[in-house]
Write a protein that binds this ligand. Structure first.
Ligand SMILES: Nc1nc2c(ncn2[C@@H]2O[C@H](COP(=O)(O)OP(=O)(O)OP(=O)(O)O)[C@@H](O)[C@H]2O)c(=O)[nH]1
Ligand SMILES: [Zn+2]
Length: 194
């Protein structure tokens, strides 16, 4: 029984990355030919392609693929969606939670699709602010709901392991459209994600 899921990696890209990572390891003062590091460039090449696979995915297609007519018009909230992304400045991870809500306007979507959309945009080189807006825009464009709300809380390794080295700072970003621009609706959402 296979214990690892086979994933598809582009051969040319993988080859190029392996070459680059081998050089990087050497430039950083290590020996890429020692046993423990022999396969590291290939592992890194695959890991990085996995972590940036969002460029090959279309959030709108995912949402449209599970768009259902439904007369429900209360707030739908998917909260605590775990999120792993990479900051575009240092290519170091930032990670945390996304909370996403929308108020349907004739259409709902499969709940898992909301989490998939978060991943599509998270698996790119990002800043937290743009990630927040891209999730909102994709949902707004496809479901055309009465409103969308996205809140992301994340910790950035580039601020923890290096740079200012602050271990406990949490960055919160948010984006709201439609009904969520009204204070009462927004407060209800904020209360429900506490
Ligand atoms: N707005 C925003 N900034 C981010 C994000 N991720 C990392 N950064 C910041 O990007 C900035 C890049 O600043 P620079 O001065 O060019 O880079 P740096 O010299 O490595 O900065 P320090 O991290 O302060 O050492 C830093 O302040 C990071 O904290 C993000 O998602 N959003
Ligand atoms: Zn960074």
């Amino acid at each position: 029984m296979a214990y690892k899921k086979e994933e598809h990696y582009d051969e040319q890209i993988t080859k190029g990355l392996i070459e680059n990572y081998r050089n990087s390891i050497e430039l950083l003062g290590e020996d890429p030919s020692r046993e423990g590091l022999l396969k590291t460039p290939e592992r890194m090449a695959k890991a990085m392609q996995f972590l940036t696979q969002g460029y090959q995915q279309d959030a709108r297609e995912i949402l449209n693929g599970a768009k259902f007519t439904e007369a429900y018009s209360e707030m739908v909230i998917v909260k605590d969606i775990e999120l792993y992304s990479m900051c575009e400045h240092h290519m170091l991870p930032f990670f945390g939670k996304a909370h996403v809500a929308y108020i349907p306007n004739g259409y709902i979507t499969g709940l898992s699709k909301i989490a998939r959309v978060v991943d599509v945009f998270a698996r790119r080189l990002q800043v937290q602010e743009r990630l927040t807006h891209q999730i909102l825009d994709a949902i707004q464009d496809t479901l055309q709901p009465q409103g969308v709300a996205v809140v992301i809380e994340a910790q950035h390794l580039c601020m923890m392991m290096r740079g200012v080295q602050k271990q406990n700072s949490l960055t919160t970003t948010s984006a709201f459209s439609g009904q969520f621009e009204h204070v009462a609706t927004r407060s209800e959402f904020m209360k429900l994600i506490q």
